[in-house]
Each structure stands twice: as C-alpha cells, then as structure tokens.
Design a protein around this ligand. Structure first.
Ligand SMILES: [Zn+2]
Length: 55
C-alpha cells in the first residue's frame, strides 16, 4: 500500500461533457483521441495538460 492513489491522477473535462481520468501518460493520448474523433481537433500534450485538473 505504498501507492498514493490520489496523487498523480488527473481529470480532463471537455466542454462536450466527455471526461477522462488517469495518470498523465495515459490521459494525454485518450484526450487527443477524443479531440480527433469528436471534434476533429488535434491537441498537443501541452493543451491537454492545460485542461487537466488534479483528480
Ligand atoms: Zn469533447
């Protein structure tokens, strides 16, 4: 139980209602995929992280 489940996790909430949660390395590609498929937008990792809040 050395893991800190509350730290390191981020939440991204899109304006369309889509929500993704996870560690940064998992979250970025999920949100990029959502941006492409739902909004035809290519988001950079920096843009994804700018939208992210601590979980
Ligand atoms: Zn969206």
């Amino acid at each position: 139980m050395g893991e800190q489940s509350s730290s390191g996790e981020l939440i991204v909430r899109c304006e369309c209602g889509f929500e993704a949660r996870g560690e940064q390395a998992q979250l970025v590609p999920i949100v990029q995929k959502h941006g492409r498929e739902a909004h035809n937008m290519e988001a950079t990792p920096e843009q994804v992280l700018a939208m992210a809040r601590p979980a």
